[in-house]
Write a protein that binds this ligand. Structure first.
Ligand SMILES: NC(=O)c1ccc[n+]([C@@H]2O[C@H](COP(=O)([O-])OP(=O)(O)OC[C@H]3O[C@@H](n4cnc5c(N)ncnc54)[C@H](OP(=O)(O)O)[C@@H]3O)[C@@H](O)[C@H]2O)c1
Length: 222
C-alpha cells in the first residue's frame, strides 16, 4: 500500500512514517506545503530507519503530488487546517482512496487542555464535509504520542481507536495500524462517535503534563 502523510514533516507524521517504514513494507510518501521540506524530511527519516537496520526508500513531495501517489492519505496537519488541506488536494484523490484524520481540536487555558471541536461537531466531521464523494474518511491515531512513535527503540504496547462509516475503509486503516508492532486497532464505531474519540486527546495531554515520567502516554483498553 502507498501511504501519503500530508504535513509529514511534523511530529505525528514523522512518527507514523518511521513506524510504517520500519515495521512494514508499505511505501511511505511524505507531503509538505514545501517540496524541499518534504524531500529533507524523507531523507532524514530514511537515515533514521537505516540506523535501525532497515534500508527503505521514503519519498517526499508537495502535498498534492504526495496525495496523487497514494491510496491512503493521512492528514498530519493542525486541526483547523484539515479542511483547507483536503480542498487543496481534492484533484489528487481518486475514488476509493481513503482519507485518515488523527486530529483533535483542543484549546488551552491555565487549567490545561480542553476539547474544543469546530462548529461541524468534530474535526473528523470537518474532514468528512470537505472530502470528495467516493473518498471515505476514517479517524485513527488520535491518542498516540508522536515522541513515542518516533523513538524506534520504544515499544508501543498501545491501542488506537478507529472510526468510520465505510466498513472496507475502516478495516483497511485498522490493518495498516496493526502493521505497526505493538499497536492494536479497536473499532470505535462510526464517524458520529468522533467527539468521544477526539476528546481523549486533551485528557491524555493533561495526564501526561501532570504526572512525571508519563510524557509519551498512550492508552491500552483491558
Ligand atoms: N503530536 C502528537 O503527538 C499527535 C498525536 C496524535 C494526533 N495528532 C494530530 O496530528 C496532527 C498533526 O500534529 P503534529 O503535532 O504533527 O503537528 P505539527 O508538528 O505542529 O504540524 C504538522 C505539519 O502541519 C503542516 N502545517 C502547519 N501549518 C499548516 C497549515 N496552515 N496548513 C497546512 N499544513 C500546515 C506543517 O507541514 P509543512 O510546513 O511541511 O506543510 C507541519 O510540519 C494534529 O491535527 C494533531 O491533533 C498529534
Amino acid at each position: 500500500m502507498r501511504i501519503a502523510l500530508l504535513g509529514g514533516t511534523g511530529d505525528v507524521g514523522e512518527g507514523l512514517a518511521l513506524r510504517w517504514a520500519y515495521h512494514s513494507d508499505h511505501d511511505v510518501v511524505i507531503g509538505s506545503r514545501d517540496p524541499d521540506d518534504a524531500h529533507d524530511a524523507a531523507d532524514r527519516y530514511e537515515r533514521a530507519v537505516a540506523d535501525h537496520g532497515r534500508e527503505r526508500k521514503i519519498t517526499g513531495f508537495e502535498n498534492t503530488m504526495a496525495a496523487d501517489r497514494a491510496e491512503v492519505v493521512v492528514l498530519c496537519v493542525p486541526p483547523y487546517h484539515v479542511a483547507d488541506t483536503v480542498e487543496s488536494i481534492e484533484g489528487s484523490l481518486d475514488d476509493g482512496d481513503v482519507l485518515v484524520t488523527p486530529a483533535a481540536g483542543m484549546k488551552r487555558d491555565d487549567d490545561g487542555f480542553h476539547y474544543h471541536p469546530p462548529s461541524a461537531g468534530s474535526v473528523t466531521a470537518l474532514v468528512a464535509d470537505a472530502a470528495p464523494d467516493g473518498v471515505p474518511v476514517v479517524g485513527a491515531f488520535h491518542s498516540l504520542a508522536a515522541g513515542r512513535l518516533a523513538d524506534l527503540d520504544a515499544e508501543l504496547g498501545v491501542d488506537t481507536l478507529v472510526i468510520g462509516d465505510d466498513a472496507d475503509a475502516k478495516s483497511r486503516v485498522a490493518g495498516l495500524a496493526e502493521d505497526i508492532d505493538g499497536l492494536r486497532a479497536l473499532d470505535a464505531g462510526g464517524l458520529a462517535n468522533a467527539p468521544e474519540v477526539e476528546s481523549l486527546t486533551p485528557l491524555l495531554v493533561n495526564v501526561a503534563r501532570e504526572n512525571d515520567g508519563l510524557g509519551d502516554l498512550g492508552v491500552s483498553f483491558r
